[in-house]
Design a binder for this molecule. Structure first.
Ligand code: NDP
Ligand code: 2IT
Length: 444
């Protein structure tokens, strides 16, 4: 394979999808060498079959708002690859959602899910519907209308969606209710469900906790203790909240959180009580992070991200491309020695280069945030055997999965000078399993 040529072809065939091109370019650049050691891959054009999704469903979603107006949104499901298991991946509701963004997420999900060691293929879906400012009833009607289209394309052995930006327990519950009504079946078709109807313990915590478990493995390679370290977290949603919770438990100090309007800087650190306030503010009242600064009298910076503050560790947990090259330079200059990604693709290619040139610990999302989908996989298992495991059991399994992912990154990503290139490690390890499964299954 000639990575540059494959990418050029994809850009020509699928223009105006910059995030998809970005995600593919990162993977191709790191697997090219390994791929070319296997001439049998190229004989069956494995690379194009892996980069282009198996199929994409696209539909209009029509629903009525509280004023009686009829609204339309776009709905999508990208079924990327099911070589190692049913399609699996979240659903995103955000005004910025378009096909290119979902294709990048589904592509990355395929490698991430492969790394988890669980039998899950890759997929992603969503809508340009924004839950911001919508009433509960509006969110419910939207979720029902969305599922009225999506249900015929998914199923517990076909494609199993879950949450992502704008989709949490509330939305999963509404979608599950509609799916159940349409199919007349109670099944594990979605993960991230409520505990009363098949949801796994630790699934809400899994992405954030998993990211910190991965970070601990990285720190171990340099004999660094997390206790007392100052951390920058972006976002204040599901992933950010449980990232902060685990950091507090381990004695680290979190000084920032953010939302799409700005960030707060609390030099005293966000403690348990303050985190409880944020959880209530965000999950119950759906308020703005600015209100934290007003309540606790700390700094709030509107329209900015927290990357210029001084710290030891950064945990981007909001969205893609939230750290650019200049942000990365500021982080390194301010003393940050580890970056572990809770979000998907939060660092631009320029930012990744800055981290790797500085030889700091840097873990890409598809390794570091794989804890969420891992516990989704464990939820699928529990649903299949019609049992639920204890909190301790799931947490132990999550820890061991994150440790295994770290080991896989070390195995495939250690460079001659000893520096661990986690991007290369995650991509090569994730790729090899999917590639071997595709080879064994013939041209399908
Ligand atoms: P939530 O919707 O719970 O929270 C998202 C947070 O990020 C909010 O604080 C939101 O602010 C902020 N945000 C969203 N979009 C933007 C934007 N364009 N610019 C600035 N801030 C933004 O989502 P999650 O916590 O679930 O997801 C966060 C990231 O983690 C995403 O990249 C997601 O793909 C990734 N992820 C999620 C997993 C999961 O299990 N949920 C698993 C693995 C990865 P506001 O409130 O203003 O919208
Ligand atoms: O990006 C992700 O891994 C998720 N949003 C979670 C997917 C899942 O199926 O749990």
């Amino acid at each position: 394979m000639n990575a540059a040529k494959v990418l050029e072809d994809l850009k020509r065939r699928f223009p105006n999808e910059p995030e998809y091109h970005q995600a593919v370019e990162e993977v191709l650049g790191t697997i090219e060498e390994e791929y070319n050691k296997h001439p049998e891959f190229d004989k069956v054009n494995l690379i194009e079959r892996l980069c282009i999704p198996d199929r994409v469903y696209q539909f209009r979603v029509t629903w009525m708002d509280d004023k009686g107006n009829i609204q339309t949104n776009m709905g999508y499901r990208v079924q990327h690859n099911n070589a190692i298991g049913p399609y699996k991946g979240g659903i995103r509701f955000h005004s910025s959602v378009n096909l290119g963004i979902l294709k990048f997420l589904a592509f990355e999900q395929t490698f991430k899910n492969s790394l988890t060691t669980l039998p899950m293929g890759g997929g992603k879906g969503g809508s340009d519907f924004s839950p911001r400012g919508k009433s509960n009833a509006e969110v419910m009607r939207f979720c029902q209308a969305f599922m009225l289209e999506l249900w015929r394309h998914i199923g517990p052995e076909t494609d199993v969606p879950a949450g992502d930006i704008g989709v949490g327990g509330r939305e999963v519950g509404y979608m599950f209710g509609m799916y159940k009504k349409l199919t007349r079946e109670f099944s594990g078709v979605l993960t991230g469900k409520g505990r009363e109807f098949g949801g796994s313990l630790i699934r809400p915590e899994a992405t954030g906790y998993g990211n910190i478990y991965f970070l601990l493995e990285m720190l171990k390679t340099r004999n660094i203790d997390i206790k007392g370290k100052t951390c920058l977290v972006s976002g204040s949603g599901n992933v950010a909240q449980y990232t902060v919770e685990k950091l507090i438990q381990l004695g680290a100090k979190v000084v920032t959180m953010s939302d799409s309007d700005g960030y707060i800087y609390d030099p005293d650190g966000i403690d348990r009580e303050k985190l409880d306030y944020i959880m209530e503010l965000k999950n119950l009242y759906r308020g703005r992070i600015r209100e934290y600064a007003e309540k606790y009298g700390c700094k709030y910076v509107a329209g900015a991200r927290p990357w210029n503050e001084k710290a030891d560790i950064a945990l981007p947990s909001a969205t893609q491309n939230e750290i650019n090259g200049d942000d990365a330079k500021a982080l390194v200059a301010n003393g940050v020695f580890a970056v572990s990604e809770g979000a998907n693709m939060p660092s631009t290619p320029e930012a990744i280069r800055v981290f790797q040139d500085a030889k700091i610990l840097y873990a890409p999302g598809k390794a570091a945030n794989a804890g969420g989908v891992s516990v989704s996989g464990l939820e699928m298992t529990q649903n299949s055997i019609k049992l639920s495991w204890s909190q301790e059991e799931v947490d132990e399994k999550l820890k061991s999965i994150m440790k295994n992912i770290h080991e896989a990154c070390v195995k495939y990503g250690t460079e001659p000078d000893g520096y661990i290139n986690y991007v290369k490690g995650a991509n090569v390890a994730g790729f090899m399993k999917v590639a071997n499964a595709m080879m064994a299954q013939g041209i399908v």
